[in-house]
Design a binder for this molecule. Structure first.
Ligand code: PCA
Length: 204
């Protein structure tokens, strides 16, 4: 059986709940398509999140990595097309606040997702779930983790597929947060499952 490393993130900024945490915890150990799911939750910390991801990759030795992040305010599920070699943004959970920094001096300016993002969007929509390809993962931790995964794959593990899926808020978060579009937990989890099934079908 192939292995898929599925990551989520802890809460951050004004988001007191991160819906990715519950999703990855519930999918851990499940079999989806040809993948056995190995789930981990990453810190929202510019100094440690990338290292955590790489440690999990080296321990699990996955065939593919799908990282999930909350995009508070987005209405749709959005597979990310590209990660850029930039870290910049509001203070993370440890107080780091990089401005216009590079992630890796030896890395490329950007890496394209190696996941089938267009097919994921098509199958999400076919399943009745709003989705579109996103052309920016931002410059915060989600971009950071996506970049680290793709840089590692490009330089160390060329057969490993890697990429990122941003998801909207859950109703639970929206109730706490205020004005923010939200989906049910069940629909969010279904969307993640559809994306993994698409990846499994693409990889044979
Ligand atoms: N979303 C943030 C970081 C953690 C998360 O779930 C982002 O979009 O960068």
């Amino acid at each position: 059986m192939k292995k898929l490393l599925l990551t989520g993130f802890e809460p951050f900024l004004s988001f007191t709940v991160n819906p990715t945490m519950r999703i990855v915890e519930e999918l851990n150990g499940q079999q989806i398509g040809s993948y056995e799911i190995h789930s981990e939750v990453l810190s929202v910390d510019f100094t440690s999140s990338g290292k955590q991801l790489l440690e999990h990759i080296e321990r699990v030795q996955p065939d593919a990595v799908l990282s999930l992040g909350l995009a508070g305010g987005r209405y749709k599920m959005t597979p990310e097309r590209i990660a850029i070699n930039v870290k910049d943004g509001e203070a993370d959970n440890s107080g780091n606040k990089p401005i216009d920094e590079i992630i890796d001096a030896q890395g490329e300016p950007a890496y394209m997702s190696t996941l089938p993002v267009r097919e994921m969007v098509d199958q999400l929509v076919a399943a009745g779930l709003p989705a579109e390809v996103s052309n920016t993962a931002g410059t915060y931790l989600c971009n950071n983790v996506m970049y680290e995964g793709l840089h590692y794959a490009a330089t160390r593990r060329p057969h490993m597929k890697s990429g990122f899926l941003h998801i909207p808020a859950s109703h639970e978060l929206a109730i706490q947060h205020g004005r923010i579009p939200s989906w049910s937990h069940e629909d969010l989890k279904k969307g993640v499952t559809v994306c993994i099934e698409v990846l499994s079908a693409a990889e044979g």
